[in-house]
Design a protein around this ligand. Sequence first.
Ligand SMILES: [Zn+2]
Length: 303
Amino acid sequence: MGIPGERFPGYGRQGMGQRRGGVRWWVLVLAALYFGWYWFSHQQEAAFTGRTQLIDTSIEEEAQLGLQAWQETLAQSETVRGGPLPEQVSTIARRLVEVGPAVEQYLAKAHGVPATTRWDAFQWEVAVIESPQVNAFCLPGGKIAVYTGIIPVARNEHALAAIMGHEIAHALLRHGAERMAQQKLVQIGQVAASMSIGDMDPRQQQMVMAALGAGARYGLVLPFSRDHETEADRVGLMLAAAACYDPRESIGLWERMGQASGGGAPPEFMSTHPAGATRIQQLQAWMPEALALREASGCPPLP
Ligand SMILES: [Zn+2]
């Protein structure tokens, strides 16, 4: 009698917990299998771009989370109610949103991407927030905020339309839901990793976890964020053009944005936003299509 581990050390008693170099490989194998299942069962083709997205939140849940964040933001902020600015910002938002379905149809025809946006799930609302921050956002579900601090950088309605188009595009492309799914995967990965190295020397454990954290950040989270920024730039440009704003104003705008963020901007590799020069090159490459879409939308000719 007795357990096999007594005669064959390293075998039996550890059973499923068999380790090499202090690593429980089976935890990693299970995590990898789960990742594979999660990926294949939650991927979908994104409207406007056709990129494969990982999303496990319904658009209704996403809009609900957006609404909560919106109410919290409004409760903590001072909004501008009088004067021409709120009116101007609302008009830009309305024009951009109105052309949304037509832009989606245009991109579907021109590039063969699916037109699957659930327009009914967006309840658009706009607020101008009194704040020196150079900021604007659109939450999932369509809640748009423009901070007064961004107005001097925008300078004109065309550039402001480029900013708001970019933010609205983030919401239409469901980047928030995609980020949530990603964060979930990163968290599960971290738990699996820390379980699998639970018997390692604590200093080594710390080093492995730090390396994995950096790997997830630079290998997964940041490249995805940069893709999101690029997509939002492109779709935002199309929205602004179809709404009869001058898409060419986006170039000067992103140059001014680069200056507003100061010389302290991190290099592209570390940042969520594409570096200024890359961004402007991309905008220039998309410009002929944006101008053609503008013309096809029946807008008055540009000066
Ligand atoms: Zn963005």
